[in-house]
Design a protein around this ligand. Structure first.
Ligand code: DI6
Ligand code: FE
Length: 429
């Protein structure tokens, strides 16, 4: 009896450790508000969540039994899986012809006004089947995953009719079901005015706000709403009307504001307590005060700044001094940011915008999570958050924003399991 009792006690103990993994001998950057580092550190995952994190020497005894899986990370750095909080990843075709035209002096706005730009991608995206659109998006998604990205936002906005907007959002949901990644969808029907509504911007916006938004939201395809508030797209009144409808349904709000001109978008975003306000090159110090008061995240998109050869810098010093959380994202899209590299965006955020190494790391983790309303689930390492980690072959955290065109990511862990891992050696010397 005594033996059976002992055995069942042991079974119970090992049952309790089922699916428990200790990731040890790591240099851990929690990316929480204090940017705490544990070096050497350990982190324990169970059933997809973090159940312990701290200095390796403080690892509790219960995680040292044989039933616990032990993963030696060989002194590699471990961060939360990165988050790309602003992408237009799903589209067909490309716009290399426009890039060539811009090299010869045409501007982004001029190209848009003569029917190219976003509407050129709309034509290609409407013509693509759902399966083609999925297949075209996969390599771009894979490029982000290889960089340690575990969560991305994807916007619609190349359909601009109900069917194609729905098609894009369904593709986003299918990507999430097919790859080890969390995907948040954003409905961007208000990206440009499609040709069938030429000179009827008000009517188009009403269709988007009163008809498509509720229907797509009811279909479970919409996690947030966004609008391109710009001289070549929609004005402040349009944004106000759209946000009012979103607010009625409790749909989180994001906004493309002040990328090419200042229409007062940031102030409106702040009034609606938007999750994020994105681009911000033409944002003023006064706008920054409004963002700070609303707790809205400033999403910086240096790849678009670079590709459009923009000269106007976003007000980084003001954002910093007012404590506005700054996220950095790829803006992956065929017009202003072709490509799919978050690490390049971080590097450009450092070099072009003067962001510090620690700022771009927080900008692709904790603040990016907040830009998606996901801050309780991901973006930092603490008990109860997802066990989604990026593991790096780097010697210092400064390397996250340092490399341009080189990827030092060793592997990605999702829900406490490896999803990819290179066979490269740890680069600790
Ligand atoms: N701003 C951008 O940078 C992208 N969308 C937007 O509103 C560009 C989209 C494109 O040119 O296709
Ligand atoms: Fe964008």
């Amino acid at each position: 009896v005594k033996q059976i009792f002992l055995r069942s006690l042991l079974n119970l103990a090992s049952d309790m450790q089922k699916d428990t993994t200790v990731w040890r001998n790591a240099r851990i950057a929690t990316c929480d508000a204090t940017m705490t580092v544990f070096d050497p550190g350990a982190i324990v995952s169970r059933e997809g969540l973090i159940i312990w994190v701290g200095a390796e020497q403080d690892l509790p005894q219960e995680f040292k039994q044989p039933a616990v899986i032990n993963e030696d990370l060989q002194q590699r750095w471990l961060t939360p899986a990165l988050i790309d909080c602003h992408t237009h990843l799903i589209y067909a075709g490309n716009r290399a012809d426009e890039f060539a035209a811009r090299l010869q002096g045409a501007s982004y706005a001029q190209i848009a006004q003569r029917g190219g730009g976003i509407n050129s991608t709309v034509r290609a995206t409407r013509a693509a089947s759902e399966q083609q659109l999925f297949d075209l998006s996969v390599p771009r998604l894979q490029s982000l995953l290889a960089e340690g990205v575990g969560c991305i936002e994807i916007k619609s906005g190349y359909g601009l009719n109900f069917e194609t907007e729905a098609k894009m959002l369904r593709v986003a949901r299918r990507l999430a079901a097919s790859f080890p990644v969390t995907i948040k969808t954003t409905f961007l029907g208000a990206h440009a005015v499609p040709p069938e509504y030429q000179n009827q911007t008000d009517q188009y916006l009403q269709q988007v706000a009163f008809d498509w938004l509720p229907r797509l939201h009811d279909a479970g395809l919409v996690d947030a709403v966004d609008i391109f508030c710009e001289s070549i797209a929609f004005n402040l009144q349009h944004a106000d009307l759209l946000f009012e409808q979103a607010q009625k349904r409790n749909i989180p709000i994001k906004m493309h504001a002040e990328q090419l001109t200042n229409l007062g978008g940031s102030k409106l975003a702040a009034r609606y307590r938007a999750l994020s306000c994105d681009h911000l090159e033409y944002t003023t110090a006064e706008d920054v005060v409004a963002l700070a008061g609303a707790g809205t995240v400033a999403v910086l998109l240096p790849v678009a700044f670079y590709c459009l050869a923009e000269k106007q810098l976003p007000p980084i010093a003001a954002l910093r001094s007012h404590g506005v959380p700054m996220a950095v994202a790829s803006d992956s899209n065929p017009g202003s940011a072709p490509g799919a590299s978050l690490l390049l965006a971080l590097n450009m955020g450092c070099r072009f915008f003067g962001l510090h190494a620690a700022e771009v790391l927080a900008g692709a983790t904790r603040h990016a999570a907040r830009a998606l309303g996901e801050q309780e689930q991901r973006g930092s390492l603490s008990v109860g958050r997802c066990a989604d980690f990026a593991v790096w072959n780097i010697q210092s955290l400064d390397e996250i924003g340092y490399w341009s065109g080189f990827n030092p990511c060793h592997g990605l862990i999702r829900a406490g399991r490896w999803v990819s891992r290179s066979n490269s050696h740890a680069n600790t010397h």
